[in-house]
Ligand binder design. Structure first.
Ligand SMILES: [Zn+2]
Length: 171
């Protein structure tokens, strides 16, 4: 038995109609950018390739240069995300996957370095790429989670006490 059979609707504006209007109003302000932020980065068909003079893996307590997983630990200045795969290329041309290099984290790092979306495609060049290690949550900001980057963002200006202590240490 339906409710309406027992108790007919009271005259006046329907509560459901009001709710639908409020919802429509809310959704109209929900921009494409907000949608992008609310969902995991979409992996486009096109690969993302990035060259950088410094590519570093950031954890809460360390900033390590990304290196070739082979014995010689060559410098890495190029990385690539292609679908579910992420690869690095060392200075000697070795292309390899590496456990600390995940496509989503790489895309998020590039998004931060370029102020573009994680779904970015094509070949890009940045000065420095800070990739959050799989030890930390995927959306972490490297400048917030890493203690050295945190400290670098806190200038000593106005902290004469610290400057003085550092001076005494040097004597
Ligand atoms: Zn190599």
């Amino acid at each position: 038995m339906l409710c309406d059979d027992v108790e007919p609707l009271a005259p006046g504006p329907s509560a459901m109609r009001g709710a639908a209007l409020r919802l429509a109003q809310f959704l109209s302000t929900y921009s494409a950018d907000a949608r992008q932020e609310a969902t995991a980065p979409t992996v486009e068909d096109g690969p993302l390739a990035v060259k950088a003079s410094r590519i570093e893996i950031v954890t809460t307590g360390s900033i390590m240069p990304l290196q070739c997983p082979r014995q010689h630990a060559g410098r890495v200045r190029a990385v690539r995300a292609d679908g579910p795969r992420a690869t690095l290329e060392c200075e000697h041309g070795h292309v390899a996957e590496f456990w600390q290099l995940e496509p989503a984290r790489l895309r998020l790092a590039v998004a931060q370095a370029t102020a573009k979306r994680p779904s970015l495609q094509g070949t890009h060049q940045v000065a420095k790429l800070l990739i959050v290690s799989p030890d930390a949550p995927r959306h972490s900001d490297p400048h917030r989670i890493n203690r050295f980057l945190q400290a670098a963002g806190t200038p000593l200006v106005g902290r004469e006490d610290i400057v003085e202590q550092l001076g005494r240490l040097g004597q």
